[in-house]
Design a binder for this molecule. Structure first.
Ligand SMILES: C[S@@+](CC[C@H](N)C(=O)[O-])C[C@H]1O[C@@H](n2cnc3c(N)ncnc32)[C@H](O)[C@@H]1O
Length: 296
């Protein structure tokens, strides 16, 4: 059952309208997922236009290939981390691209499938790997990392009570290792009563683990740097982020590129979803889209 899970693409019209400037160009979907953004991009391309998609998760590679079969040779999906896009481009003989989209983070499938261990809403193993070949899991971090590293990780991901949480994790694991998402969630809920927060008290701890397990900030920085080298003048980079740390990296990197010259901002301020989209798809509530264009 390959299509048992659904993922509603976020800021779909807005992103694709701002991304596609040449209907005959080659576009890169750095995070193809279930192919929602790619399908929309393809609807804007002429007979010459093509998409090369990346996903680090082999399961998503199969799903997107399956979802986009009707487009035949107009789409190719590669199982790779987008931070290695230069190697893939070399192999594929690609030197120029007209646009690239990064729709960051994970797909609804990742959150909805308990065995992937991404969500505190389902009982599952402490895994959180986008690519199952990745050597590090959330289990490793929670059970093996020293207190200082856990505290720092959770703190930089915005958790005010990082000391309390890290201390409780380290004390608890001395008695028994953590195995499941529920065990971790229960511990955080014991220390931070639900009434203290609008969202679940474990939200930031889970986000921090996912970011670290998948080297998300490092991938993002490398992904932007590498994409820049292949964009033609007039080509654009569109990035959708879902939390403030990610957005800060994109904002500061784009600002630096514009200051250095050869790039201009297409979005002066980030584009955010309309209320109607947020009501339809709660996952869109924290999304921000930023776009830059190569000028020379
Ligand atoms: C938010 S989803 C993209 C959804 C997609 N735009 C759609 O419409 O279905 C993000 C996807 O990026 C993939 N991903 C995350 N980090 C990646 C990386 N560093 N390289 C390649 N793919 C990555 C995830 O596996 C996930 O499928």
């Amino acid at each position: 059952m390959i299509n048992e899970y659904r993922h509603e693409p976020v800021l779909l019209e807005e992103t694709v309208d701002l991304l596609v400037t040449d209907p005959g160009g080659l576009y890169i979907d750095a995070t193809i997922g279930m192919g929602g953004h790619s399908r929309k991009i393809l609807s804007k391309l002429d007979r010459h236009g093509k998409i090369l998609g990346f996903d680090w998760d082999p399961e998503m590679v199969n799903i997107s290939k399956n979802n986009l079969t009707e487009f035949g040779e107009k789409v190719k999906v590669i199982g790779s981390n987008f931070s290695n896009m230069d190697e893939v481009f070399k192999r594929e003989g690609i030197i120029n691209i007209s646009g690239i989209i990064f729709d960051l983070g994970v797909s609804s499938l990742h959150f909805d499938k308990p065995q992937r261990g991404f969500s505190f809403k389902h009982e599952g193993p402490l895994d959180m790997r986008i690519n199952p070949a990745n050597p590090i899991t959330a289990h490793t971090i929670i059970n093996k990392w020293p207190y200082e590293q856990i505290e720092h990780l959770i703190r930089i991901c915005g958790e005010k009570y990082s000391h309390k949480i890290a201390k409780a994790i380290v004390e608890r694991r001395e008695k028994k290792e953590f195995e499941t998402t529920t065990e971790l969630r229960n511990l955080v809920e014991e220390i931070l009563p639900k009434t203290m927060r609008k969202s679940n008290p474990a939200t930031k701890t889970f986000l921090a683990l996912r970011v670290a397990v998948n080297y998300e900030f490092d991938n993002l920085t490398k992904g932007i740097q590498k994409a820049c080298q292949f964009l033609i003048p007039g080509g654009r980079i569109a990035i959708i982020t879902f939390h403030s740390l990610e957005d800060r990296i994109v904002k500061e990197t784009f600002a630096f590129m514009v200051r250095m010259g050869g790039w201009k901002n297409v979005t002066k301020k980030p584009v955010i979803p309309a209320q109607e989209e947020i009501e339809r798809n709660n996952r869109a509530r924290s999304a921000k889209l930023r776009v830059v264009e190569r000028t020379k």
